[in-house]
Ligand binder design. Structure first.
Ligand code: SF4
Ligand code: SF4
Length: 128
C-alpha cells in the first residue's frame, strides 16, 4: 500500500538536497533566474551557473558556495537560516523534488539520527 502521509520534515533538515552538486538548470530555468534577478539571460548564465560534463554530455548546473554545515551548498541557499533565498525563482528540479511523500535525503538523516541516538545529528556534515 502506498504511504499516505509525508514522511519528511524540511524544518528538521539542514537543507541536505541543496548541497547536491548537480542542480541542473535548463534554458527555461535560466530565463526564470534572469527575470527574477532583473538581469539578462547571458548574465544569469555566467553568474549563477557553470558547465558540468560527463560521458561527453554537458549540462549547466547551479554554482555553489562554501557551507557552514556541509562542504558546499547552492549559491542561493541562506547558510544561516538554512533555506532557499530565491524560492519563486528556483529551477524546476528544485520545484519537483522530492517527487512524492518521501525524501531519500531525509530518510538517511532520520536513520542516522536514530542510530546515533541524537535527534540533531547531521550525517555527512563537512564531507559532501
Ligand atoms: S533534503 Fe528533503 S527534507 Fe531536507 S530540505 Fe530537502 S526536501 Fe526537505
Ligand atoms: S535554488 Fe533554492 S531550492 Fe534550489 S538548490 Fe538552490 S537553494 Fe536549494
Amino acid at each position: 500500500m502506498p504511504a499516505t502521509k509525508v514522511t519528511f520534515d524540511c524544518a528538521k533538515c539542514p537543507g541536505y538536497c541543496c548541497t547536491y552538486d548537480r542542480i541542473e538548470t535548463k534554458p527555461a530555468d535560466i530565463a526564470r533566474l534572469a527575470k527574477y534577478h532583473g538581469v539578462t539571460i547571458a548574465q544569469a548564465t555566467t553568474r549563477f551557473t557553470k558547465t558540468y560534463t560527463w560521458e561527453g554530455k554537458t549540462e549547466r548546473i547551479l554554482r555553489h558556495q562554501k557551507d557552514t554545515v556541509y562542504k558546499s551548498v547552492c549559491m542561493f541557499f541562506d547558510t544561516e537560516a538554512r533555506r532557499c533565498t530565491i524560492y519563486k525563482g528556483r529551477p524546476s528540479v528544485c520545484r519537483e523534488y522530492p517527487d512524492g511523500k518521501k525524501c531519500g535525503y531525509y530518510d538517511f538523516i532520520k536513520f542516522e539520527r536514530k542510530h546515533q541516538e541524537d535527534p540533531a545529528f547531521v550525517p555527512n556534515a563537512g564531507t559532501l
